[in-house]
Design a protein around this ligand. Structure first.
Ligand code: FES
Ligand SMILES: [Fe+2]
Length: 349
């Protein structure tokens, strides 16, 4: 199979071939080497103590059935939802419900909410020592839940960059306004690429272009991600203070492969880019509003409009890249360093 090769010097590099977004063998590689090993934003917060619910991680791509449990006497967990006997699903997806045990509907094996096997008809107790449900990755930040099948790094290490760059972030109640899931008929990497450059802003986002100083726009490569900074026009106050004391109008932090933490004067929007098929992505917005009176101002004024404009742009990219006559272009060296960094990380994986 062809490998993805991305030269370190951006001036020597070309954008990836269309195979990255379409070739089934490459999709299997992305699934197994990237998506199964990384953190993904869940739709709902963790269940309260004494509750459990089932979820599916990346439906359409990983299709990993998971259980989110919260034992009354211990921390929440992510467990496999496949019974350790013949694999029957333990719970159907749905809202969290009060449960003391999980009982398999096939042959009655029982588990406590910590995943230990408590009993199993037809088996001697000593045969059940290795029958606990496998534990998956689980993380929580800002009241949002993240899960991973086999994370390449612990959640705390992955999320540590967020506060070290952006400073302490609010937690708690997710605002229903703007907390939506958008289904988009494009490959997830196209959506990430679009997020990682500001070169398109004046062409795609006329309103946003007036709210930030495009000449001052900054892209900073950080370990495991990319930080983009927008400054207020005319050097005015931005309203967002970074951990290093800088004042910006907006900070957009992307963490590999598909999590975005966007800080505006009114609060924070966390976006999960969730691959859902070869040409299907769900973009999950969860917003936490700390200063509602600032919601209509500056670079974060109308996220819905910016999102629609971005979606329209990536749809057109997806359609254009299907052209037989299309050949990948080069990176704009100053403006597409973030996109290049993403592709280098994909190639590394
Ligand atoms: S599959 Fe669960 S008890 Fe048999
Ligand atoms: Fe955009």
């Amino acid at each position: 199979m062809t490998r993805l090769v991305v030269p370190e010097d951006i001036r020597d590099a070309r954008l990836p071939p269309a195979a990255l977004y379409a070739d089934p063998a490459w999709q299997a590689d992305l699934r197994d080497r990237v998506l199964a090993r990384s953190w993904h934003l869940l739709a709902d917060p963790l269940p309260p103590p004494g509750h459990a619910r089932a979820d599916t991680l990346l439906p359409g791509v990983l299709d990993e059935p998971i259980l989110l449990t919260h034992p009354s006497d211990g921390p929440p967990r992510a467990l496999s939802n496949a019974c350790t006997h013949r694999g029957h699903l333990l719970l159907d997806p749905g809202p969290a419900r009060p449960l003391r045990q999980l009982r398999c509907g096939y042959h009655g094996r029982r588990f406590d909410l910590g995943g230990a096997c408590a009993a199993s008809p037809g088996f001697a107790p000593e045969a059940l020592a290795d029958a606990a449900l496998p534990t998956l990755g689980l993380g929580e930040a800002m009241g949002l839940a993240f899960a991973a099948v086999a994370p390449a790094q612990p959640f705390a290490a992955w999320w540590a960059r967020v506060e070290s760059l952006l400073g302490p972030l609010p937690g708690g109640v997710v605002d229903p306004v703007g907390s939506v899931d958008h289904a988009i008929p494009v490959h997830w990497a196209l959506y990430v690429e679009n997020y990682l450059e500001g070169l398109h802003i004046p062409f795609v986002h006329p309103a946003l272009a007036g709210a930030v100083d495009l000449a001052a726009y900054q892209t900073e490569l950080v370990p495991g991600g990319v930080l983009q900074l927008g400054f207020a026009p005319g050097g005015g106050p931005g309203g967002v203070r970074l951990a290093d004391g800088r004042d910006v109008a907006a900070a957009w932090l992307w963490l590999f492969p598909g999590t975005m933490v966007n800080v505006y004067p009114w609060g924070v929007s966390v976006n999960g880019v969730l691959p859902a098929g070869p040409s299907a992505t769900v973009v999950r917005y969860r917003t936490i509003v700390t200063r509602p009176e600032l919601r209509g101002e500056g670079a974060g004024a109308d996220l819905g409009q910016v999102e629609r404009e971005d979606q329209e742009a990536v749809r057109r990219v997806a359609a254009g890249q299907r052209a037989r006559a299309w050949r990948p272009g080069r990176y704009a060296p100053e403006h597409e360093r973030g996109v290049h960094h993403f592709h280098r990380m994909l190639a590394g994986a």
